[in-house]
Design a protein around this ligand. Structure first.
Ligand SMILES: [Zn+2]
Length: 321
C-alpha cells in the first residue's frame, strides 16, 4: 500500500527558506520585501538574477530554465524525483525539535535535471513574416506601434495563412507559438498549434515582468491585452481564456504583489473573476475591476480604459478607508 502524504500540510508547514538553506543556497539577494533573487540552484546555468523566490509565499521561479513552484517542486527538481517522492522526503522535516536540515540524500547533483524533463512549449526555430499594417488590425483598433510591439500581423502563407498571427512568448521571452485569429468569420476563431499548452504561459508576461512596478492588469484575450497596453498600461497580461492555471498563478505570484482583474463584463467573465480572485487570494492582493454588462476591454477606447481604471481605483480607495 502506498504511504499517505499530505501535500498541502507539507507546503504549509515547511518554509522555503529552510529548504533552500539545506541545499546550501545562501547566495540569494533581497530584491523586495519578501523577494530574493540570484543564480538558479536547479539549472545552475547562466543568469545571475534568473532565480526568483518569494519566501513569504513559499514559491520560486527561474526565468532561465522555467522551473518553478513551491517547496515540493523545488525538492523534486533538485532531486530529479517526483512530487510524491519529494513530499515523502520532506514529511518528517520539522516534526521533531530543532531539525536544522531537510533530510536530502544527494545534495548537489551534476546531472542536468532540467534537460531530462520533456520541455513544454519548446522555442520555435522560425519566425513568420507578417503584414503589421493589415486593415483588420486597424478595424480592431490596434495602432501600428502596438502591432509592432506585439509583433502581430497578417499571415499570407503556411498554417496560419489568411489569419492574423499573434506571437506568444514564454516567461523567458522565447517565441513558443503563434496563434492565428480568423479575419473573415472562419472557424475556429483562434487557432493554436497542436501540442501547445496555453496553461503554461501568460501572454505578454515576458514584457510585463520587466516593465517595472509590482501591479499587473490581467485580461482574458489577446486583443484586450493589446488595447490595455495601448491605453498606456504596459504591465498587462492575458490568460488566453477565462481560467487561471496553477502555472499562471505561480507566474503572477512570484513577480507581482497586486493583480487588477479586468475580465469581460459577461456572465463567463463575472464567474471567472470570482473564481480567480478566490484562487489568487493569499498569493497576491487581488482587485476585481467590474466592467458593465456586455462590455469587453477590446471594445473600449484608450481614454475610456484610462478613465475606467482610474475611477475603479478611486472607488476602491474610498471603500477601503
Ligand atoms: Zn533555473
Amino acid at each position: 500500500m502506498r504511504e499517505w502524504v499530505d501535500f498541502a500540510e507539507i507546503k504549509r508547514r515547511i518554509p522555503l527558506e529552510r529548504v533552500l538553506r539545506s541545499y546550501g543556497v545562501d547566495w540569494l539577494r533581497r530584491s523586495g520585501v519578501d523577494q530574493y533573487r540570484g543564480r538558479c540552484p536547479i539549472h545552475r546555468g547562466q543568469g545571475k538574477e534568473a532565480f526568483h523566490a518569494n519566501l513569504k509565499r513559499g514559491i520560486f521561479h527561474c526565468f532561465a530554465c522555467g522551473a518553478g513552484g513551491n517547496v515540493l517542486d523545488f525538492v523534486a527538481a533538485m532531486e530529479g524525483s517526483s512530487i510524491r517522492e519529494a513530499a515523502l522526503r520532506l514529511q518528517d522535516y520539522g516534526a521533531g525539535s530543532n531539525t536544522s536540515a531537510v533530510p536530502v540524500t544527494t545534495g548537489w547533483r551534476e546531472s542536468k535535471l532540467v534537460t531530462k524533463k520533456i520541455r513544454i512549449n519548446p522555442p520555435l526555430d522560425f519566425a513568420l513574416e507578417l503584414d503589421r499594417r493589415h486593415p483588420y488590425l486597424a478595424r480592431r483598433g490596434i495602432a501600428g506601434a502596438t502591432a509592432d510591439h506585439f509583433g502581430v500581423g497578417y499571415c499570407g502563407h503556411g498554417l496560419m495563412r489568411g489569419r492574423i498571427a499573434i506571437p506568444i512568448h514564454d516567461d523567458t521571452g522565447q517565441l513558443v507559438a503563434y496563434c492565428g485569429r480568423a479575419v473573415d468569420g472562419d472557424e475556429p476563431r483562434y487557432r493554436f498549434p497542436a501540442g501547445f499548452q496555453k496553461s503554461q504561459v501568460l501572454f505578454h508576461y515576458d514584457r510585463a515582468r520587466v516593465a517595472g512596478g509590482d501591479q499587473v492588469i490581467v485580461v482574458e484575450g489577446f486583443f484586450d491585452c493589446m488595447r490595455i497596453y495601448q491605453a498606456g498600461f504596459c504591465c498587462v497580461v492575458a490568460l488566453m481564456g477565462a481560467r487561471l492555471s496553477p502555472a499562471q498563478k505561480a507566474l503572477l505570484a512570484v513577480r507581482f504583489r497586486r493583480v487588477l482583474l479586468l475580465l469581460d463584463g459577461d456572465s463567463t467573465g463575472r464567474a471567472a473573476t470570482s473564481q480567480i480572485a478566490r484562487d489568487l487570494a493569499g498569493a497576491c492582493s487581488v482587485t476585481p475591476l467590474l466592467l458593465p454588462p456586455g462590455v469587453q476591454p477590446d471594445q473600449m477606447g484608450a481614454e475610456e480604459i484610462r478613465l475606467f481604471v482610474a475611477g475603479e481605483e478611486r472607488r476602491l480607495t474610498i471603500e477601503a478607508n
